[in-house]
Design a protein around this ligand. Structure first.
Ligand SMILES: Nc1ncnc2c1ncn2[C@@H]1O[C@H](COP(=O)(O)OP(=O)(O)OP(=O)(O)O)[C@@H](O)[C@H]1O
Ligand SMILES: [Mg+2]
Length: 320
């Protein structure tokens, strides 16, 4: 299935106005940073775009059981660029999918803004993904038969919304796609295809853009271009971006790097640079390997928990 900020309910009713603050019990825990007006914090503390609280997820049964998320809590600040790193299998994609409402935890809660996703029925969850989340994947996920412009406009067409032409033009220019709008994906380089995918996600002005290894299929120059755009979307458009990556240089473009190991937070870095990220990742990977994959129901040896030996930079109040 292709994806680009739209759900699987093509042409469905736009319910964006109906689920926010739908029920008092959906209200997230008090966030002193949260001002009365979205986007306008009453004080200088950052507003939170997403709050994940006590997420647990288990797959399989018995000996085959794995627990990609093990009581994981994380705050994602609005209008900031957050990178998620960790060894393969540490739960990064599982976490990202939950932050984006693509998957539901066995227990715990995700608040996207003030919306508790566990309280949403399938239709409202689909609408939330379509209207409030933009997706970028490693594999671009463009529609081959459509031009770049048609790909960019497709989500809004499917949801019956009219694209603001000024925003479309701004995105196309920001992403350097003006000359390529009439081309189909196979006529574009990998970097250009991924820029079309980013434009498709951004043009809907999502609350949060999530990207799972967006540079994973690109050479370093093309990857750099995509990272420049993600960075610019935060700096110039106030976009909130959450990106999973294996590349310390990519993660260093973020404002904050969160490290996972064995489904738990293993540390974080503020103001990351490639060297500090690489060192922290090596530490976390070594700690995770030493503890072995933690079977569900057993401790991961404590090696991956915040404040543990593997936590090169202990988690702070931003990630509980
Ligand atoms: N649908 C599923 N069914 C069974 N196991 C799953 C499923 N999704 C993920 N897992 C398992 O959960 C664990 C975490 O997977 P996840 O994809 O989140 O890891 P990751 O950190 O993104 O890894 P990578 O860096 O390789 O992409 C892995 O052991 C994986 O095999
Ligand atoms: Mg993954």
């Amino acid at each position: 299935m292709w994806a680009g900020g739209v759900g699987d309910e093509a042409g469905g009713m736009n319910t964006s106005a109906t689920y926010t603050d739908a029920h008092p019990s959906q209200t997230p825990p008090p966030n002193p940073a949260q001002g009365p007006t979205p986007g306008q914090g009453a004080n200088s503390a950052p507003r939170l775009a997403i709050q994940a609280i006590g997420l647990r997820k288990t797959y399989g049964k018995g000996d085959a059981q794995v627990r990609p998320l093990d009581d994981l809590s994380l705050d994602i600040e609005a209008e900031r660029f957050t990178a998620i790193m960790g060894p393969s299998g540490s739960g990064k994609s599982t976490l990202l999918n939950m932050l984006a409402g693509l998957d539901i935890p066995d227990s715990g809660e995700v608040f996207i803004g003030r919306t508790a996703i566990s309280r949403l029925n399938d239709r409202k969850l689909t609408a939330l993904r379509r209207d409030r989340i933009g997706f970028v994947f490693q594999s671009f996920n463009l529609v081959p038969a459509m031009s770049a412009e048609e790909n960019i406009l497709l989500p809004s067409q499917l949801s019956g919304q009219k694209t603001d032409r000024r925003i479309f033009d701004r995105m196309v220019d920001l992403l350097g796609l003006r000359e390529r709008l009439g081309h189909r994906p196979h006529e574009l380089s990998g970097g250009q295809q991924q820029r079309v995918a980013v434009a498709r996600a951004l043009v809907a002005q999502p609350d949060v853009l999530v990207a799972d290894e967006p540079t994973g299929n690109l050479d370093s120059n093309s990857g750099e271009e995509v990272l420049n755009i993600l960075r610019a979307s935060v700096d110039e458009l106030g976009q909130t971006v959450v990106m999973v990556t294996h590349d310390p240089r990519a993660a260093a473009r973020a404002d904050r790097v969160v490290l996972l190991a064995d489904g738990r937070l293993a540390g974080e870095l503020a103001q990351p640079d490639p060297e500090s990220v690489a060192a922290a990742l090596m530490n976390v990977t070594a700690g995770s390997a030493a503890s072995g994959a933690a079977p569900a129901g057993q401790s991961a040896g404590g090696s991956a928990g915040p404040g543990s030996a593997a936590a090169t930079v202990p988690t702070d109040g931003g990630a509980r």
